[in-house]
Write a protein that binds this ligand. Structure first.
Ligand SMILES: Cc1cc2nc3c(=O)[nH]c(=O)nc-3n(C[C@H](O)[C@H](O)[C@H](O)COP(=O)(O)OP(=O)(O)OC[C@H]3O[C@@H](n4cnc5c(N)ncnc54)[C@H](O)[C@@H]3O)c2cc1C
Length: 503
């Protein structure tokens, strides 16, 4: 039995902790805040409840696997999972709207034809076929196996150019894929919306980001009753059931090294805790600086997602009046100024004046005081900004509220009578995300292509005995991806460097 110190109680780290405990190790999680879940939080006020982090789940198989491997009770007995149908409604800048069914290729094609004109569905389907090629080529080696020492093959983009017509030259970015291959600004906006939701700037993201809409439209969109925090609760409970110990209010400031390997952690209060292995599930800068970058070439930096500069603003809206029958769970209201939105994300300055917003309206009695009220969240991907820097978009007084006004204005396209129904609102910016996770930024999933710039840190650090889990490490951020990182780290600790991924 080895002693394992885990840094942070985010979902990736907890997934690793539960698996390691089942393998017979003594696992203790050191968490700097007073609760678990990292960015997966719930705001509760006056009988209303809101997910302030992710609100939907993709690839629930990752958590099903975690629950199967760590105990008798399957995931579905611990949380109530429902498919979201329609998976999303889209309102484009010209006012056109379309509802896309959950995980139905034929239904999506006919919905797009009906809303955007004949041929739109077929063009989207042809694009999804190329996205499926990219998914098939990269899924196992990129998502389900540890990152190999030679990441060269992942620097090439697996998204293929169309085989016919004038488009045989491969696109260089996802935005270019949309422009060149979809033949309709609204389809391009649809595509870009998927990238934005993962915090990616479509003008910079590689074409392989096409796997994101493929993944959602193929494997479906899921909701956890009670909100996504219920999933974090269930993972935490599973950890406790496997005798994982948690120490809250315990910030880790460094890793102890002895004889060339990790031998424990140092806490902010000066305590030192011995361990045989250390799993870092948080972006502790010193760990990355001292134990990764110093060991490798400087040009390895992009592998640690230092290029990720986006975060989220979430506006929680408490509304009077019942949610209307048949309202879409998720509506994406696309920006009327996509170029401005991309420029703002690339420049890192003030956020776009008219952002793309994702409006979530779960039909969940547990999140509202009664049937005459509704809880709605509105989220936008924004520049994360640098604390204290002169151009910090979230430092100036009133900046967040002014931006929230514009988000609510956009959300009115998804919620009838929104302004008249508003009781109160709370605005959460990247400053809140930093309080909850340690970083203003929300890392995105690992992607092939882009010269390797979208590959996060490998799970096994160059310092023996030190491992990285969670969104800042392979295979990147997002609930599903972070859950996969937990499985990979547990496999590496238990089976050693020969571990080649779950079979
Ligand atoms: C606002 C927001 C919106 C999001 N939207 C989506 C979405 O739509 N879809 C999706 O899939 N994902 C989304 N995510 C991302 C998703 O929540 C995460 O990728 C996922 O929860 C995995 O998180 P993690 O394991 O990397 O840990 P994190 O959630 O980053 O948590 C890290 C934990 O480590 C702790 N910690 C940090 N430093 C230290 C230290 N020095 N010592 C001890 N503890 C430390 C933190 O306090 C925190 O508890 C969103 C995140 C946020 C914040």
């Amino acid at each position: 039995m080895a002693r394992i110190a885990v840094i942070g109680a985010g979902t990736g780290a907890m997934a690793a902790a539960a698996r390691l405990a089942v393998a017979g190790h003594r696992v203790t999680v050191y968490e700097r805040t007073e609760t678990y879940g990292g960015g997966v939080r719930r705001l509760v006020r006056d009988g209303f409840g809101f997910d302030t982090g992710p609100g939907l789940l993709h690839l629930p198989a990752v958590y099903r696997d975690l629950f199967v491997k760590t105990g008798k009770e399957p995931l579905e007995r611990c949380v109530e999972l429902t498919q979201v149908d329609p998976a999303s409604r889209h309102v484009f800048a010209d006012g056109t709207a379309v509802s896309l069914p959950n995980a139905s290729r034929a239904g999506t094609v006919s919905a797009l034809d009906d809303a955007l004109g004949p041929g739109a569905g077929e063009r989207w389907a042809a694009f999804l076929n190329r996205a499926r090629d990219a998914w098939d080529r990269s899924r196992r080696p990129l998502l389900e196996e540890p990152l190999p020492a030679d990441v060269g093959p992942f620097s090439r983009d697996p998204y293929p150019a169309p085989r016919t017509g004038l488009l045989r030259r491969s696109a260089r970015t996802l935005a270019e894929v949309g422009r060149r291959e979809l033949g309709d600004g609204r389809l391009a906006a649809l595509l870009e919306g998927y990238a934005l939701a993962y915090g990616l700037d479509p003008a910079a993201a590689p074409p392989s980001a096409a796997v994101l809409p493929y993944m959602e439209q193929t494997f479906g969109t899921w909701y956890v009753r009670g909100g996504m925090r219920a999933l974090a609760d269930a993972v935490y409970e599973r950890c406790l059931a496997r005798r994982v110990a948690f120490v809250f209010g315990a910030e880790v400031t460094g890793v102890v090294e002895e004889d060339g390997r990790a031998a424990g952690v140092e806490l902010a209060d000066g305590r030192v805790v011995d361990a045989d292995h250390v799993v870092a599930g948080a972006p502790v800068p010193a760990l990355y600086r001292d134990h990764v970058v110093a060991w490798e070439r400087q040009d390895a930096w992009p592998r640690f997602q230092t290029g990720v500069a986006t975060g989220r603003v979430t506006v929680c809206l408490a509304l009077r009046g019942a949610r209307e029958e048949g309202a879409a769970h998720r509506t994406v209201v696309h920006s009327a100024d996509p170029a401005g939105e991309r420029a703002a994300l690339a420049g890192g300055g003030p956020p776009c004046g008219r952002p793309t917003v994702v409006v979530l309206r779960p039909d969940d009695a547990g999140l509202r005081p009664d049937g005459d009220h509704e809880a709605v969240t509105v989220t936008a991907t924004v520049p994360a900004g640098d604390p204290g820097a002169p151009g910090d978009p979230w430092g100036a007084e009133g900046a967040a509220e002014a931006f929230a006004d514009r988000m609510v204005e956009a959300a009115a396209a998804a919620v009838p009578g929104l302004r008249e129904r508003l009781l109160w609102r709370e605005v959460r910016t990247p400053v809140h995300t930093e309080e909850e996770t340690g970083s203003r930024r929300v890392p995105g999933p690992a992607l092939a292509g882009g010269g390797g710039a979208y590959l996060p840190a490998a799970n096994a650090a160059p310092l023996p005995g030190l491992y990285f889990a969670g969104g800042w490490s392979h295979p990147g951020g997002g609930l599903a991806h972070a859950g996969m990182s937990g499985a990979l780290v547990a496999g590496l600790v238990v089976e050693g460097a020969d571990f080649r991924g779950s079979r």
